[in-house]
Design a protein around this ligand. Structure first.
Ligand code: SF4
Length: 319
């Protein structure tokens, strides 16, 4: 499989506090992963795990402290703004809140005309409506329902579909979707993430899906990485990672997803705690403070990755 995106040893350090008491937080610590062509790859984890910082770095909103990002074999973490603009044609983004993507006082179709013009998709007036109809059709929205309307006239689910259609205008090869369904009604979430599968299958688009929602991640992902406090703790095929989680943190996350079949529910109880700051600063395994299987070594040393059943796991249990 060919990789479209490669992230190697990515690290981002933030300094917080005043001039007298500065603390360095390693928000992303030596993270490496790749996204293949026509693949849905998910970065999953609680808020504060570093996944959104990675998205910001990929989009050029933050600079990495260390590490390399390559798109189609070409390094993109150090490119100039003009080159980044060109890259936006190939790498499109879907954000969390569709209502903040569009100005409430501007008709939504204007964004589509603008994108076609800015990215020089077509110079033919006659092609404009055809292309817009085609993209709306791919996300299940009728052109007639969309034309001449303001964002407030759509539901959250409809508007997110429309923002996906807008992303498709440039025929991207990679879509970065950062929590795209977290503000959408629960009943509509699956139908929206299903679009990512359609884009993969019909148009060969790769999707980097960033989410805290394991149910949609399981449904849509080919492979996934689970993040905890800036580090990938488990990476592999999504069915393996979620059906047979190996890292104690993945098990904890998996446990927090309601299981319809009572016989399949996990039984051990670990409470999700808000210990973010302490955990980021911890030497050794960052999960050691709340891991039910922590050992002495876990408090002193940071584990490496071990390959278990085709899945990479960062945990001393598999040494
Ligand atoms: Fe738990 Fe140790 Fe594995 Fe960390 S390395 S997850 S503390 S067993």
């Amino acid at each position: 499989m060919t990789e479209i995106l490669r992230v190697s040893n990515l690290t981002k350090i933030f300094t917080i506090g005043s001039i007298f008491s500065r603390t360095k937080i390693v928000a992303v610590n030596n993270v490496s992963f790749g996204v293949n062509r026509a693949e849905v790859f998910t970065l999953a984890g609680e808020s504060g795990c570093g996944k959104t910082t990675i998205a910001k770095i990929l989009l050029g909103f933050e600079h990495p402290t260390e590490g390399i990002i390559e798109y189609n074999g070409r390094r993109i973490d150090n490119i100039k703004p003009k080159e980044r603009f060109k890259l936006r044609k190939e790498i499109q983004t879907i954000f969390q809140n569709p209502f903040s993507t569009f100005n409430p006082l501007r008709k939504v179709d204007r964004y589509f005309f603008e994108a076609l013009r800015n990215f020089e998709i077509t110079e033919q007036e006659s092609d404009v409506v055809r292309i817009i109809k085609e993209k709306l059709d791919a996300v299940g929205v009728a052109y007639e329902e969309f034309c001449e309307k303001y964002p407030g006239e759509f539901s959250g689910g409809q508007l997110q579909r429309i923002s996906i259609a807008r992303a498709l205008l440039t025929n991207p090869t990679l879509i970065i979707a950062d929590e795209p369904v977290s503000m959408v009604d629960a009943s509509l979430r699956m139908s929206i993430v299903n679009l990512f599968k359609d884009l993969r299958d019909k148009f060969g688009v790769s999707v980097l899906y960033i989410t805290h929602d394991l149910a949609t991640a399981y449904y849509v992902s080919d492979r996934m990485a689970v993040m905890f406090r800036g580090e990938i703790v488990e990476l592999g095929r999504a069915d393996k990672v979620l059906q047979e989680p190996k890292h104690p943190y993945t098990r904890l996350l998996r446990e927090s997803v309601p299981e319809p079949d009572p016989s399949k529910r996990w039984t051990s109880k670990v409470v999700l705690a808000e210990q973010e700051h302490e955990e980021y600063l911890r030497t050794g395994c960052k999960f050691a403070g709340r891991c039910p299987t922590a050992m002495e070594i876990c408090k002193r040393e940071s584990p490496d990755y071990y390959e278990v059943d085709g899945v990479k796991v960062r945990c001393f249990l598999y040494k």
